[in-house]
Ligand binder design. Structure first.
Ligand code: NDP
Ligand code: 8X3
Length: 257
């Protein structure tokens, strides 16, 4: 195989069974990296293995909400996968779009356990090795929802604000090392995100993207790859991207109430 830009790098990709994580895992494999692909759905991981047909791919099922599963997935990695250079924290989800006072508490718990605690758990597990080797890129999936509130975004947006601030605070702790950290903050992107948000309701998910061109997982992967490929002395702290057809609403004003 011809060497690519990522040859010699080892990437841990969470959320590699769908959306951004799946697209990046494929892109990194194509560019010569070794990839540890993770997610809960074993059938998707097996399909990725069957498609990639390369020993540079290692699949490890894990639920980022589960301490023991994360520890087991990262324990005893074969030597050629043990030194993780790139951590892509893609595992995450939104559940529901109801108002805060009507939302399901269990949905909030799941979003916080996944997007906040799960992302922090995986990062905390990988970071010491990066610091020891003085090498690494951490890319955290945040969202435009971190900065811009919208009705029904409530706990989801707050989890993404955590991801943004956590990323910036990692930078504060890692200054003086060669480790880079970036919060990736996309707007509307057609993955399985809305299908998950609406509990598998495909027609509700399709309506989100009707009549406009959303980003694709590949578009966002282009952005992630461009960040990764920058010279080592450049750190992109956060990068916000939207489809051209998406922008901001005015402040809401309740009149006559
Ligand atoms: P997808 O639903 O297509 O992919 C989500 C991925 O997260 C899947 O691989 C899923 O794998 C994984 N995942 C979810 N829960 C867990 C868990 N508990 N443990 C391990 N893996 C888990 O959505 P996207 O790719 O769009 O979303 C990826 C990230 O990007 C999310 O954090 C999302 O909030 C964020 N984002 C998405 C945007 C969009 O418009 N699509 C825009 C901005 C940010 P599995 O189910 O197999 O576990
Ligand atoms: C996903 C994008 O606008 O649905 O984070 O919150 S949005």
């Amino acid at each position: 195989m011809q060497a690519g830009w990522a040859t010699g790098r080892v990437a841990l990709v969470t959320g590699a069974t769908s959306g951004f994580g799946a697209a990046l895992a494929r892109r990194l494999l194509g560019a010569g990296a070794r990839v540890i692909a993770t997610g809960r759905r074993k059938d998707r991981l097996a399909a990725l293995e069957a498609e990639a047909k390369t020993e540079r791919l290692l699949v490890r099922p894990m639920d980022v909400r589960d301490d023991a599963e994360v520890a087991a997935a990262l324990a005893g990695l074969p030597a050629e996968f043990a030194e993780i250079d790139v951590l892509f924290n893609g595992a995450g989800l939104a559940l529901g779009l109801g108002k805060a006072h009507e939302a399901k508490w269990s949905d909030w718990e799941t979003m916080i356990a996944t997007n906040v605690t799960g992302l922090a758990r995986v990062t905390r597990a990988v970071l010491p090795g990066m610091v020891e080797r003085n090498r690494g890129d951490v890319l955290n999936m945040s969202s435009v929802a971190a900065t811009y509130p919208y009705p029904g975004g409530n706990a989801y947006g707050a989890t993404k604000a955590f991801v943004r601030q956590f990323s910036l605070n990692l930078r504060a702790d890692l200054v003086g090392t060669a480790i880079r950290v970036t919060a990736i903050e996309p707007g509307m992107c057609e993955t399985e995100f809305s299908l998950v948000r609406f509990g598998g309701d495909a027609s509700a998910a399709a309506k989100v993207y009707a009549g406009m061109r959303p980003l694709s997982a590949d578009d966002v992967t282009d952005v992630v790859v461009s960040v990764l490929r920058l010279p080592a002395h450049i750190n992109v702290n956060a990068i916000e991207v939207m489809p051209i057809q998406q922008a901001f609403g005015p402040f809401a004003v309740a009149r006559g109430v």
